[in-house]
Design a protein around this ligand. Structure first.
Ligand SMILES: [Zn+2]
Length: 282
């Protein structure tokens, strides 16, 4: 048993399978030393979702989510004509450490890393929406939250979620970049807004402004490790232990005591996810 009971910090969004096994042990140790209590690792396709569940089953403090990332909509196989992928992910989702469906969502901004252009490609936008809606339905059916990637697509995502409002068990908008109005619409339908490395940049004026206006009851924290480096981060890869720096920046923007913020985020996390079984067994 790992002694994590007093650790209150939360990292709601990571991709732990992106580390080598050797790196992962060090990363998880650093996280425990930094008082991170829970980390959610999210799959982006079948392979990474399978690995996410494996990592979660091997580590007490790690929870998993399974899904198809919107970037995969450019890949014909991921469009899943035979529903083979969907069936396999659905089976995986029954694992006791799977607490959400994700990473799913919509991304209408051109992607420099994959070279795929989404913003003016209505066909790709359409296939992203087909995939996204299917996993929204799965989350409704299983009655578990969603972990959503929303880039340049907040309006469409809000309208899809509103349509299923009464059936959705809430969720998280990871790396939220919308405005105050969008934030409030999402809070109204039971979503939490997650803030990570971007908030640590002194020139992220718009995001700072939005964060100041959002109620504390709607905020959670993430690193998106190993991606999204923090301001002046020297290490090549981001890590969950950096949640500490993110919390400090949010507390400063909110003009509050970081310890109180940590308690609130912890309680937001516990409200969204039903993890009492796992809590008592560690
Ligand atoms: Zn991600």
């Amino acid at each position: 048993m790992v002694m994590v009971a007093g650790n209150k910090l939360i990292d709601v969004h990571t991709h732990l399978e992106q580390y080598t096994s050797k790196e992962l042990e060090a990363v998880l140790n650093n996280a425990l030393n930094a008082k991170i209590g829970w980390i959610i690792t999210s799959g982006m396709d079948l392979e990474t979702s399978t690995r996410a569940v494996e990592i979660a089953s091997e580590h007490t403090q790690v929870l998993a989510s399974v899904g198809i990332h919107p970037w995969s909509a450019a890949d014909t196989q991921q469009r899943d004509p035979d529903q083979d992928l969907y069936k396999k992910l659905k089976t995986l989702s029954h694992h006791k450490k799977v607490v959400a469906i994700g990473e799913v969502g919509l991304d209408f901004i051109d992607n420099v890393s994959t070279g795929v252009t989404f913003h003016d490609n209505s066909e790709l936008q359409k296939s992203q929406q087909i995939i996204f809606k299917q996993y929204v339905e799965l989350a409704c059916e299983l009655h578990i939250p969603l972990i959503i990637h929303a880039r340049g697509a907040n309006r469409t995502i809000i309208s899809i979620l509103k349509d299923r409002k009464t059936h959705i068990a809430g969720g998280i908008i990871h790396n939220f970049d919308g405005d105050e109005r969008q934030a409030r619409e999402l809070l109204d339908i039971g979503f939490y807004l997650s803030f990570g490395g971007v908030i640590t940049y002194p020139d992220a004026y718009q995001l700072h402004d939005t964060l100041r206006k959002i109620p504390l009851s709607g905020i959670v924290t993430e690193t998106d490790s190993p991606y999204i480096p923090l301001y002046q981060q020297t290490a090549a890869k981001n890590e969950p232990c950096n949640i500490n720096r993110i919390v400090k920046v949010i507390a400063k923007l909110k003009r509050m005591n970081p310890e109180r913020l940590i308690e609130i985020i912890h309680s937001n996390f516990r409200t969204l996810f039903d993890i009492s079984d796992m809590e008592s067994s560690r």
